[in-house]
Design a protein around this ligand. Structure first.
Ligand code: UT7
Length: 329
């Protein structure tokens, strides 16, 4: 019998645009306060892309970081996947723009759309591709410029989001198997609670759709909050079960960074002490598909986790989509 192909995490990276937008800056833009944003969400500041800075620009910068951390050259990559809800254009895919920027050609490249769960969906996809023997070394990127689809006049949403990108390079391995489990879920019945109505085939862009601001994100925050907590807790439990590990074996929980109160509620539901939960929402805001991977990269770089540790990554987002993965660093 053929030996199972393992999936090794070769390296990770994170990248943020230079421009900082603080709560104090937002106070000058909409009727809000640093106090409200901080106590209701835990966010203090977020990074914002320049006008001419695209999702594939961030993806390119973060890919260079991940290649460096993996100690491989770009020509070793044989598949590119970019998880994003803020592509440069409807088409070509952001992954194709990234491929060009990396000076690669011929290798397959595509985008994956699962909103804030995008990176977890990406890990599951890459794992399946590598385990099947189709591809050996895959560049997986979560990259977002949410500032470009934000309604900067709506205080309900504009204080929540930021821009950034994270990347992971995974490779077939005969010795290591770093992805212990992946669990994914979705429920399209809730597609009208967090969405971007304009520009697609439902509401093609017209002067009217632009006047109505339909090209920006809409969210029923309270309903999303209520759904996120149980689904993230369930995802973590399912991924743990599938990995054959117990809560006590996990060194660090990395939840999607959408709201500090959601993070605390999920930790409480799972009975995980907050010192085992990674939080960086105060300086990033919600960066959708890039949250879990930029958090993991920071946890590795700051020594919060070390080689061999088990990490559980959990996400929830528009769709609704949700998922979790237990990985060995
Ligand atoms: O990434 C995908 C997942 N996304 C999420 O998980 C987001 C989930 N939702 C949330 O994080 C929270 O629901 C929010 C942070 C969006 C909102 O917090 P909330 O505690 O649910 O507040 P709310 O929407 O019920 O609003 C409470 C009050 C309202 O005023 P009234 O009606 O009580 O007078 C809002 O108008 O707070 C007001 N408000 C604000 N006030 C100052 C809403 N946004 C702001 C603001 N500044 N930025």
């Amino acid at each position: 019998m053929n030996k199972k192909i393992g999936v090794k995490i070769l390296g990770t990276g994170s990248y943020f645009p230079k421009k900082l937008l603080t709560n104090a800056d937002l106070e000058k833009m909409v009727d809000t306060s640093d106090e409200w944003i901080n106590t209701r969400t835990g966010i203090k500041e977020r990074r914002i892309a320049e006008k001419n800075e695209t999702t594939s620009d961030l993806a390119y910068m973060v890919s260079l970081e991940a290649l460096k951390s993996s100690n491989i050259s770009p020509d070793k990559i044989d598949l590119i996947i970019v998880a994003t809800i803020t592509p440069d254009m409807f088409f070509p895919s952001t992954a194709c723009f990234l491929q060009k920027k990396l000076g690669l050609n011929s290798i397959p490249a595509f985008d994956l759309s699962a909103a804030c769960s995008g990176f977890i969906y990406g890990i599951a996809t890459v794992r399946a591709f590598i385990e099947s023997g189709l591809y050996r070394t895959v560049l997986l990127v979560g990259s977002e410029t949410l500032s470009k689809i934000t309604d900067w006049t709506d205080r309900n949403t504009c204080v929540l989001f930021g821009d950034g990108a994270g990347a992971m390079i995974l490779s077939a391995s005969e010795e290591d198997d770093n992805i212990l489990s992946t669990y994914l879920g979705a429920d399209g019945a809730y597609s009208d609670l967090l969405f971007l109505p304009g520009g697609g085939s439902a509401n093609p862009a017209t002067a009217e759709t632009v006047n109505q601001n339909l090209h920006t994100m809409k969210m029923q925050g309270k309903d999303v909050f209520k759904a996120a907590v149980p689904k993230m807790a369930l995802s973590a439990q399912k991924a743990l079960e599938l990995s054959g590990k117990k809560l006590k074996d996990i060194s660090l929980f990395i939840p999607h960074q959408a709201n500090m109160r959601i993070i605390e509620a999920v930790a409480k539901k799972l009975d995980i002490p907050m010192d085992k939960v990674f939080v960086n929402i105060h300086k990033t805001g919600n960066i959708s598909s890039a949250t879990t991977i930029t958090a993991l990269d920071e946890a590795i770089k700051t020594g919060r986790v070390k080689r061999g540790d088990l990490v559980a990554m959990v996400a929830f987002g528009g769709g609704f989509t949700w998922g979790a993965s237990v990985v060995r660093i």
